[in-house]
Structures are given as structure tokens and as C-alpha cells.
Design a protein. Structure first.
Length: 224
């Protein structure tokens, strides 16, 4: 069963996913975010995805904090593009002794989710206002070029900053956020053609192609 709540860290979400009965594994879809993860006695990091990720191995309880797009690199000290489409041990990014200390702290906590959130709150850097404005604009369906002009950023500068913050360029981020808008509408029961139009796609076929590219599934199969 999956549960989530808003975090005290601005824009982040704290979540827990426990094995269900009967067991079933749902793909993790690209959303522009990175996650700090706790699994049994291990701390891990989920980098920014460009396609659906299907967890491997036997079902176990996962706890995580999904960080607002663009904020994880400052917390982790690693550019996002180095973690694109990867799951890595936190000890690969920080010193082993520090990670052992933090893992012990989370393991000893009555609520691992709360301990993980505290860890993130302690390490988080002040938000980059320009990047937050970029995410907000693209999430609302604004064009990349128009948004870059409003932020006073040239195309190359915006691309460099996006690679470091999000793991890919601004156009890919815009497509992923558009996909999330479409999925939210479709889950509400909005007809696919209307979903495509309201989310900013040229037509329903365009929506179908993007869903297939990013998730490997049809929209119907994904929603079912």
C-alpha cells in the first residue's frame, strides 16, 4: 500500500510503500524529481528518470522523501545528470562512516519516514528561486523559450543549469511535466482526447506516443 504526505521541507513529499496482497509491482514514472530512499537498513538515492523504473527483487517496504524538482543536487552534492536513470547507494556519494551513522539513526527511529525527513531538512540548501520559477512555468504549460526569456537566461545557460539541477535539458523536463499533467487528468476520468488538448498535446496520438516513450505502456494499460 502506498501512502504519502506533504513534507516540512518545502515542495517535498514523504511517502511509504509497503508490499500489498496480492503482490504487485507498479512502475515508478518520470516526474522531474529525485528521491532519498530507505530500504530495510540501507540509504539510497533515486536519480531523475527518463523512463519508467520497475523495482526489482522481492517485495519490501520502501520509505522515501521525494524532493522538489531541482533541489536534490544541492542536498546531495552531486549534479543530477550524474544520477540520471540510476539508483545508487548514498555511500557512493557521501563518506561511508557518515552514511553508517545516518543509517543507524533512521533504523533506530520509531518512524523511519520522520527520521529520513529530518535528515533531508538538515542537509537542504536554500531554494534556487529561478529554478523554482522555471519548474512552475513549465508545469503550467509555458513554453521553454518564453520562460527562459522571462528568467533572463540564454539557451545554453538554461540547458547547463537544467542538466545540473534536473538531470536533463529543459525541453525534456517540460515533456515530463506535461505527461504528469495528462496523467492527472486521465485519472480523474477526463476523456483521452480532452486530456491531450488540456495538457498541451497536439492531439490524442501525440499523447499516446509520449506515454509509450516515457512509460513503455499504453495510457489504458497504465491507468488500469
Amino acid at each position: 500500500m502506498y501512502e504519502e504526505r506533504p513534507s516540512r521541507l518545502v515542495g517535498a513529499v514523504v511517502w511509504t510503500n509497503t508490499p500489498s496482497a496480492p503482490p504487485g509491482t507498479l512502475p515508478v514514472l518520470p516526474d522531474g524529481c529525485m528521491d532519498l530512499l530507505w530500504r530495510e537498513d540501507r540509504l539510497l538515492v533515486a536519480g531523475p528518470d527518463t523512463h519508467a523504473h520497475v523495482p526489482e527483487g522481492p517485495p519490501v517496504t520502501w520509505t522515501g522523501i521525494r524532493l522538489f524538482p531541482g533541489t536534490a543536487p544541492a542536498l546531495l552534492g552531486v549534479p543530477a545528470h550524474e544520477l540520471r536513470d540510476r539508483r545508487v547507494e548514498l555511500a557512493d556519494l557521501w563518506t561511508a562512516s557518515e552514511v553508517r551513522r545516518l543509517a543507524g539513526r533512521v533504523a533506530a527511529a520509531a518512524q523511519p519516514a520522520v527520521a529520513l525527513e529530518e535528515l533531508a531538512l538538515e542537509r537542504a540548501a536554500p531554494p534556487d528561486r529561478a529554478l523554482r520559477r522555471l519548474v512552475a512555468a513549465l508545469a503550467a504549460g509555458r513554453a521553454v523559450a518564453e520562460t527562459a526569456d522571462e528568467l533572463g537566461l540564454g539557451a545554453r545557460q538554461l540547458h547547463r543549469r537544467s542538466l545540473s539541477a534536473f538531470g536533463y535539458g529543459p525541453k525534456t523536463l517540460a515533456r515530463i511535466l506535461r505527461l504528469q499533467r495528462a496523467l492527472a487528468l486521465a485519472r480523474q476520468g477526463v476523456p483521452y482526447a480532452d486530456t491531450a488538448n488540456r495538457a498541451g498535446y497536439a492531439d490524442q496520438a501525440h499523447l499516446s506516443r509520449d506515454v509509450r516513450e516515457f512509460t513503455g505502456l499504453t495510457l489504458g494499460a497504465l491507468l488500469s
